[in-house]
Design a protein around this ligand. Structure first.
Ligand SMILES: C[S@@+](CC[C@H](N)C(=O)[O-])C[C@H]1O[C@@H](n2cnc3c(N)ncnc32)[C@H](O)[C@@H]1O
Length: 222
């Protein structure tokens, strides 16, 4: 799905984002939100969803009883998120804040979060922003707390990589011409997490060019 670069277009028309993402992902994005929530969300735990957009992951976590804060720098995406209701009977909560990833350090105290999620955020960050975010987030997780990221990757096989790049290039140019922004498929995310100090790093590839990666803040040395 090299067309994820179209996400940038969808973000400039936030009320169309959910429908557009369902089309781009051929209906699979909802399963990604549910998988991420299933990995971390439990009743009463405190979760931060960074780059929450229209709230897919945050709502799925709150539906499982978690107390979620969704942050995003785009006010229009947050308006869509705020319009959503939790499923009947859900006991979790969700709060939406307009905040950039770089402001996490100021807004959330050290070790104050049980889990952190970010879906399709890292492909919008520069390599320096990615490293900074991984390092900051580690200090905001409690020891033993989990980070779960999901994003577009370049496929592993040579043939698929070739096709992926051929298909992506024109879409990226068109998106850039229309929005003056683009996304880049993330590379080496699991290695970057290990280098930043996460343990138990684990990767799943639900399809060829999509990755869900989780890692844990180590328990303090005894
Ligand atoms: C492709 S959307 C993903 C939204 C949502 N997580 C999802 O999976 O549907 C990326 C979101 O990240 C937000 N974003 C990008 N860079 C950000 C940053 N530095 N800080 C906070 N949000 C950011 C964008 O505004 C956008 O809503």
């Amino acid at each position: 799905m090299s067309s994820y670069v179209f996400m940038r277009l969808l973000e400039s028309s936030a009320w169309r984002y959910d429908r557009g993402m369902r089309l781009l992902s051929r209906g699979r994005i909802g399963k990604v939100y549910e998988s991420m929530a299933a990995m971390v969300a439990r009743p009463g735990i405190r979760i931060l969803d960074v780059g929450c957009g229209t709230g897919g992951v945050a709502v799925a976590c709150a539906a499982r009883g978690a107390e979620v804060v969704g942050i995003d720098r785009n006010a229009d995406m947050l308006d869509v998120a705020r319009s959503k209701t939790l499923p009947f009977g859900a006991r979790g909560t969700v709060e939406w804040l307009q905040l950039g990833a770089a402001e996490i350090e100021d807004r959330f105290g050290p070790s104050s979060l049980d889990a952190i999620t970010a879906c399709l955020l890292f492909s919008e960050l520069s390599p320096d922003e990615q490293s900074y975010t991984l390092e900051t987030v580690l200090t905001r997780l409690r020891p033993g707390g989990d980070l779960v990221l999901a994003d577009e990757i370049v496929p592993a096989s040579v043939a698929r990589r070739f096709l992926f790049r051929m298909a992506r290039a024109p879409v990226a140019v068109l998106t850039y011409l229309l929005t003056q922004t683009t996304t880049r498929s993330v590379e080496g995310l699991a290695e970057s997490m290990r280098a930043a100090g996460y343990v138990n790093v684990d990767e799943q590839r639900p399809w060829a060019d999509f990755l869900i990666v989780s890692g844990r803040r180590p328990l303090e040395a005894a």
